[in-house]
Design a protein around this ligand. Structure first.
Ligand SMILES: [Zn+2]
Length: 370
């Protein structure tokens, strides 16, 4: 199943990039081998910076490194260019005017930069677009979007509350942030990239904002944002699907947004949005088992273990339950402890309580106005 997706993703115009082996890349960056400059880039998870292999900065430990074929992928994974090795200039030192533009963005990565303000720097916006497209595989505006989103996502991944992130980005309210997010990231950069990336967006819910991720045809992520595991989930997603995570919107995300809105209004009892949830054989059995628990019902971990023909494996079942990447739609909240206690929930026990109350008709949750 995963294979199918990857094959499909690789067949589009935005082809999968081919990287040297991890061992080779590790050797290259640990030895600052400049012959690999432009072949790959490394993102340093602990600093949020991405570098050329030849960078003279202190070498990160291999376990903290993500590898990318292009600067674009690194930017959209939330990394900012290293000030020391200037990876955006991998194809050679860029002209002064480009350096001026890049430093302008770095000086205020959270600001929108209009064509007018580019002209104020004495630079023709069309020329900027052409240069970025040719040398970096993205337009200048797309680069700026990536930097803004990367900056927001990086904070959220660190566990910052949405309020903090919102204020930090100069927006007045959640809805202001959401609107700006939609305006800025509404269109995935370049339609060729639609097929080989996970598009992520925000979805407001009465019990807090969710981050949703979808490929062209399937939902692959739905998580409450302050969940600490989000960063790990992103890393896992990138590993499983071998593609970058890019802000935007698509048909699948529109469908899940609409279905969630009806779910929270108490009107929808069965989600129909297509799902993709690769995992181990055992995890798939658990998640498939979850999908069979009817709306409004709860079962115990023991019962679920029995149903998937893994009697006495309730601990393993509980663990797989906790690794569910598609909250609500794969209803892990419907599994509770034997004595009727709630058990655990990655998104917070109060949310599990509210979801169960909603499904038992005790309350109707209104989605905040869009
Ligand atoms: Zn560097």
């Amino acid at each position: 199943m995963v294979q199918t997706i990857i094959t499909t993703a690789g067949s589009g115009e935005g082809k999968m990039s081919i990287l040297p082996s991890r061992t080779e890349m590790q050797r290259a960056y640990l030895q600052s081998d400049a012959t690999y400059d432009g072949v790959f880039f490394l993102g340093v998870q602990t600093t949020g910076v991405f570098c050329r292999p030849s960078c003279g900065a202190r070498k990160p430990q291999p376990k903290n490194v993500d590898f990318f074929a292009t600067a674009r992928e690194a930017v959209f994974a939330g990394y900012r260019p290293c000030k020391r090795c200037k990876p955006m200039a991998a194809a050679g030192e860029p002209p002064t005017w480009v350096r001026q533009l890049l430093s302008h963005v770095d000086g205020s990565p959270d600001q929108r930069i209009s064509d007018a303000s580019i002209r104020k720097l004495g630079i023709d916006p069309h020329r900027a677009r052409r240069y970025f497209q040719k040398n970096y595989g993205m337009t200048f505006q797309v680069y700026c979007r990536g930097r803004r989103l990367g900056s927001a996502l990086a904070q959220i991944r660190k566990g910052e509350k949405l309020d903090t992130v919102t204020l930090g980005h100069g927006y007045e309210s959640h809805s202001g942030f959401r609107d700006a997010f939609a305006r800025t990231f509404g269109t995935p950069p370049g339609k060729a990239q639609n097929t080989d990336c996970i598009v992520v967006t925000w979805i407001e819910s009465p019990i807090g904002p969710l981050i949703a991720g979808a490929m062209e045809t399937h939902l692959v992520l739905l998580e409450f944002t302050e969940r600490r595991m989000l960063e790990a989930q992103f890393v896992t997603l990138q590993k499983v699907f071998k593609c970058p995570i890019v802000p935007g919107d698509n048909g699948v995300l529109r469908q899940v947004r609409e279905e969630l809105s009806r779910y929270f209004a108490g009107e929808l009892k069965r989600f129909t949005v297509p799902l993709e949830y690769p995992g181990s054989e055992f995890q798939k059995r658990v998640w498939d088992g979850l999908l069979k628990i009817p709306y409004g019902k709860t079962i115990s971990y023991e019962e679920l273990a029995d149903r998937i023909k893994a009697p006495h494996a309730q601990r393993a079942v509980g663990h797989a339950n906790g690794l569910n990447r598609i909250a609500i739609v794969i209803p892990c909240h419907r599994v509770v402890n034997k004595g009727g206690k709630l058990g655990g929930y990655g998104g917070g026990l109060w949310r599990k309580q509210r979801l169960l109350e909603l499904e038992q008709g005790e309350t109707t949750l209104q989605i905040p106005d869009r």
